[in-house]
Design a protein around this ligand. Structure first.
Ligand code: IMP
Length: 203
């Protein structure tokens, strides 16, 4: 493995993956840093499918640049058990891509109106896919379990963090410091698992 390209345009995700992967001692580049620009349609029905779609599209484009590249991509979202795991793979698109999270979060709170604590279970899920230099595809999954709160709390994080309550910590994920969240998050867990896969395969 000569380098890793992570298929995202999100600077926050890039920072996190560079930190977690640093002991592999291989350069980790964003698509932009690798000179790749492409729009990818996420039309899979699971987090894993979407991550694989993204990683394969970028791997196909990257092949002409370098043969030794491992391409990673992720897909993540929130599953609310009471809502049959909605918004799931539609988390970013829920109520429209341009709708603010204040409105999306309030909508989920409203849809759980009157639902007791024990039925408010939810989880953030993250799937990471890797396309290896030989074309092999590997996926890992990380989850963090919590409950949908009754109001927005905290200003850190992004997206659904203000309504994702961690009973053990008595805080929402928007009330955690970034390092605290990375240590226990779905994305952190999936990335750690992927790092172990890459080490094992010595690609
Ligand atoms: P994507 O994986 O970049 O497509 O993001 C999916 C969507 O899931 C995000 O836009 C958020 O709505 C939601 N999401 C994923 N991870 C988190 C998280 O850690 N906190 C809050 N929302 C998240």
């Amino acid at each position: 493995m000569e380098k890793i390209v992570f298929a995202t345009g999100n600077a926050g995700k890039m920072k996190e993956i560079k930190e977690i992967m640093c002991d592999l001692k291989v350069p980790v580049l964003s698509m932009k840093e690798a000179g790749l620009e492409l729009e990818i349609e996420e039309n899979g029905s699971t987090f894993e499918e979407n991550a694989v779609i993204k990683a394969k599209a970028v791997a196909a484009a990257a092949k002409s640049i370098d043969q030794g590249i491992v391409v990673l991509a992720d897909d993540s979202g929130l599953e609310v058990d009471y809502l049959n795991k909605e918004p799931g793979v539609y988390s970013a698109r829920y109520m429209g891509e341009d709708t603010s999270y204040r409105i999306k979060n309030q909508s989920l709170i409203d849809r759980l109106d009157g639902v007791p604590d024990e039925k408010r279970t939810a989880r953030f899920v993250c799937a990471i896919a890797a396309v290896m230099p030989d074309g092999d595809v590997v996926t890992t999954r990380g989850v963090i379990e919590g409950k949908i709160g009754y109001e927005e709390r905290g200003t850190n994080g992004f997206g659904y963090d203000p309504i994702f309550y961690l009973p053990d910590m008595s805080r929402s994920t928007a009330e955690l410091m970034p390092e605290e969240k990375n240590n226990i998050s779905h994305r952190g867990n999936a990335l750690q698992a992927m790092k172990e896969e890459l080490k094992k395969r010595r690609v």
